[in-house]
Structure formats: structure tokens, C-alpha cells
Design a binder for this molecule. Structure first.
Ligand code: MN
Length: 130
């Protein structure tokens, strides 16, 4: 592998998805679109899906997230309160800021979002994801 890895074009439909297994998670899955296994030296890009009635854990960590909502709607706890989010929104979660994504039972579809983290923080979804 070279220092920068190989080029990559990957479709979400062909990317393995696995349940997020952390305390405080309900109905969330993750697909690593690009990460360490692909030779990316700095960033990992993951796609999350949170089912209606589901949520990610409320947590914080010493690195930031850059999030893009691909489809659906829900709320993100950020800045000490719940904020409505929907398709097309970008959310910046600063380091050490408590955050949680949540989808209403009546949402009708999963909330799908892309979430970027430093590559060393992405270990197959077993460490803090979104
Ligand atoms: Mn997080």
C-alpha cells in the first residue's frame, strides 16, 4: 500500500452494514464507506442509519464530528438541547460536546447521515461512532 492508499469508488448498496453495539444505542447501524482498511491516513467516513424510534448513545469525546444528513429527519441533542434536523443539514459537533441523534417513532423512514471522524477513532463501529 502506498502512503495515500488506493483510489476508491464505493456505493452504499455494496458496503457492509453492521449494528452499532454500544451502551445506549437503539436501532442504529453503520457502514464504513472509507476508513483505515482502505488506507486512508487521516479520516474515516461512515454512514449511519437510525430506525424510527431509535437513537445513538448520548456521549462525548475529544474529537469532532462533521455530519451530513443524507435522508430522513430527527433530532440531535447538541449545545445542551434537542435540535430538529432533516435531509440536507450539516451538523458540526465540536470536540467534547455532548451529542445524540434520535428519530421519532412516527418518522416513517430511517435517518441516514454521513459522519466523519479521525481514522484512528474508527474501529469497526465498536468505539464512539456518532
Ligand atoms: Mn460521537
Amino acid at each position: 500500500m502506498t502512503a495515500t492508499g488506493q483510489v476508491l469508488i464505493r456505493n452504499i448498496d455494496q458496503t457492509p452494514r453492521s449494528p452499532v453495539q454500544m451502551d445506549g444505542v437503539k436501532g442504529a447501524s453503520m457502514a464504513v464507506m472509507v476508513g483505515r482498511k482502505d488506507g486512508a491516513p487521516h479520516f474515516a467516513l461512515r454512514q449511519f442509519a437510525v430506525e424510527p424510534g431509535g437513537h445513538t448513545p448520548r456521549h462525548r469525546h475529544d474529537y469532532e464530528h462533521e455530519v451530513y444528513v443524507v435522508s430522513g429527519k430527527g433530532t440531535v441533542f447538541l449545545g445542551g438541547r434537542d435540535n430538529q434536523i432533516r435531509t440536507g443539514d450539516v451538523i458540526y459537533v465540536p470536540a467534547n460536546e455532548e451529542h445524540q441523534f434520535r428519530v421519532g417513532q412516527d418518522a416513517g423512514e430511517p435517518l441516514r447521515f454521513l459522519c466523519m471522524v479521525p481514522v484512528e477513532q474508527n474501529c469497526g463501529g465498536l468505539v464512539p461512532g456518532s
